[in-house]
Design a protein around this ligand. Structure first.
Ligand SMILES: C[S@@+](CC[C@H](N)C(=O)[O-])C[C@H]1O[C@@H](n2cnc3c(N)ncnc32)[C@H](O)[C@@H]1O
Length: 275
């Protein structure tokens, strides 16, 4: 595992990181328990969407806000592409590292999504599951993902969204606001994170607003699909090729180049495979 010095994490980011650190040991169990394992099905939908782009073994995928690694592992093992998982919460990544098999061509990098330590156009795919909602400066993260993906490359965002079927919305609201925070607090022993979850979902843009955000960041061919009545949604977009770019340019800034050059690698997992 490669650990980079914290870059731009602001106070809210620091709070989010501490919150995930506090629940890391119970995160996987709680995820599956509180969602009745529907979260596994949602992540598989990301894999299915990527499969539709006919990935080859030469392709690389970056999973941002990878946490304990379930999506990155699914992508790597089901699509057989080299995968990098990145997150800024060390205890979450330690759980991810523990899941790796010696044959897994997966790199784990501890870094902030707002300042990714990867060169321009390093990946054909970039994914983020239940992470975008937690990022302090969402726009910066979307720009960073655009920078590191190749022209024509694909972004897939999996996130909680706004239920589109009224009865689903009411039941979800009841469960999310009244049952989940109590169950989560009881099992994890930490009250904050499971009160934060419904609050952060409420503040997050709905399906069409997020699609507009992706588009205004520079992604094109943007679309989305509701999952489980809109409780979650899959969003996607592609990076313009030079000819299709609305701005007529691709690539990143000197700030990012410097960041890559000055990054200090303080640990390399024996089971990782370097980029
Ligand atoms: C709800 S978890 C999702 C983890 C995983 N993707 C999954 O599907 O289970 C959100 C993750 O986002 C990470 N995160 C939040 N803000 C971040 C940031 N600015 N940079 C890197 N990781 C961030 C947290 O540390 C946490 O591991």
């Amino acid at each position: 595992m490669t650990v980079l010095p914290p870059a731009r994490t602001g106070p809210e980011g620091g709070m989010v990181r501490a919150m995930f650190a506090s629940i890391a040991p119970r995160y996987d169990f709680l995820n599956h328990f509180l969602s009745l394992s529907v979260d596994r099905y949602w992540r598989r939908r990301v894999v299915r969407l990527l499969r539709g782009h006919h990935p080859s073994s030469d392709d690389r995928c970056l999973d941002v806000c990878a946490g304990t690694g379930d999506l990155a592992l699914d992508i790597h093992r089901r699509l057989h592409i080299r995968t990098t998982g990145t997150d800024f919460c060390h205890p979450m990544l330690v759980r991810f590292l523990a899941k790796l098999r010696p044959s897994d061509a997966i790199v784990i990098v501890e870094s902030d999504a707002e300042c990714l330590p990867f060169a321009e156009e390093s990946f054909r795919f970039v994914t983020i599951a239940f992470g975008l909602r937690n990022i302090e400066q969402r726009q910066s993260a979307l720009e960073e993902m655009l920078r590191v993906v190749q022209p024509g490359g694909v972004l897939v965002v999996l996130e909680f969204s706004k239920p589109v079927i009224p009865v689903v919305g009411s039941l979800f609201d009841l469960y999310f606001r009244h049952v989940l925070p109590k169950l989560g607090a009881w099992i994890s022993g930490a009250r904050g994170p499971y009160a934060y979850l419904p609050a952060s979902v409420k503040q997050f843009p709905d399906q069409s607003s997020l699609a507009e955000e992706l588009q205004s960041t520079g992604w094109f061919d943007v679309g989305y699909q509701n999952l489980t009545g809109g409780i979650a949604a899959l969003h996607w977009g592609r990076k313009p090729t030079v000819s299709s770019s609305p701005r007529g340019e691709v690539g990143g800034s000197d700030r990012h180049r410097n960041r890559v050059e000055t990054a200090t690698s303080v640990g390399q997992g024996s089971r990782g495979l370097g980029l």
